[in-house]
Design a protein around this ligand. Structure first.
Ligand SMILES: CC(C)(COP(=O)(O)OP(=O)(O)OC[C@H]1O[C@@H](n2cnc3c(N)ncnc32)[C@H](O)[C@@H]1OP(=O)(O)O)[C@@H](O)C(=O)NCCC(=O)NCCS
Length: 183
């Protein structure tokens, strides 16, 4: 382990291009996927998002990876029974042991011959882990297109905000404990 808890070695892992682990998972929605309104339950879409992102994280890091967080999950349009849903995921950014995976959810309507419509999107952070569940180094992702480079830069902004938010909440909780305040 390093002083920051990541299993060594790995500092000099060769980079991998974004396209190498890009993945699309497709699924036809069925009646068992619905909520009380008869449209597809958000949790069903989130499971597909986590599955697709997990496949990318495993492929990019070359081994097991666990979901550390999911944020900015947006549901833009309802999905209906019979719709063909495509969940496309790619590695936007890599840290030492973590990867931000961006996911886009598209739906082809079962009764229309129109182009697939975007119905959702999400960003997930996966941590690559060793057989003991400890974080391990990941290969740096190499963004190759302008779109990949933009996504990399935006992922860095999200990373900065996630860390700042976690730190601020941790400090607040420590301060409340120090002041003897209980929930
Ligand atoms: C994710 C996990 C491996 C992190 O372990 P840890 O001991 O906290 O290790 P670290 O603090 O070194 O974090 C490892 C990396 O994950 C990132 N990370 C950890 N928690 C995070 C969070 N909540 N959001 C975003 N990133 C996170 C860290 O920033 C670090 O990134 P870096 O190595 O690229 O700098 C650990 O919390 C875990 O196993 N969680 C359960 C995961 C799981 O079971 N998911 C499935 C849900 S059922």
């Amino acid at each position: 382990m390093t002083d920051q808890g990541v299993t060594e070695p790995g500092d000099d892992l060769p980079g991998k291009p974004t396209f190498a682990s890009r993945t699309t998972l497709s699924h036809i929605m069925t009646a068992s996927d619905t909520n009380l309104l008869g449209t597809v339950h958000g949790g069903v879409i989130m499971k597909l998002v986590d599955d697709a992102a997990g496949a990318v994280a495993g492929r990019h890091s070359g081994g097991p990876a666990v979901t550390a967080s999911m944020d900015e999950m947006a549901f833009l349009e309802p999905v209906r029974v019979g719709d063909l849903v495509h969940v496309s995921a790619q590695c936007n950014w890599t840290g030492r042991s973590s990867m931000e995976i961006g996911v886009r959810v598209m739906a082809e309507r079962w009764n229309e011959s129109t182009p697939a419509q975007q119905v959702g999107s999400a960003y997930l952070v996966f941590a690559a882990v060793d057989e003991d569940g400890r974080p391990r180094f990941v290969p740096p992702v190499i963004p190759e297109t302008e779109k990949d480079r933009r996504r990399y830069q935006e992922a860095q902004i999200r990373r900065t905000h996630r860390l700042a938010r976690r730190r601020a909440i941790k400090e607040l909780r420590e301060q409340r404990v120090a002041e003897g305040l209980e929930d």
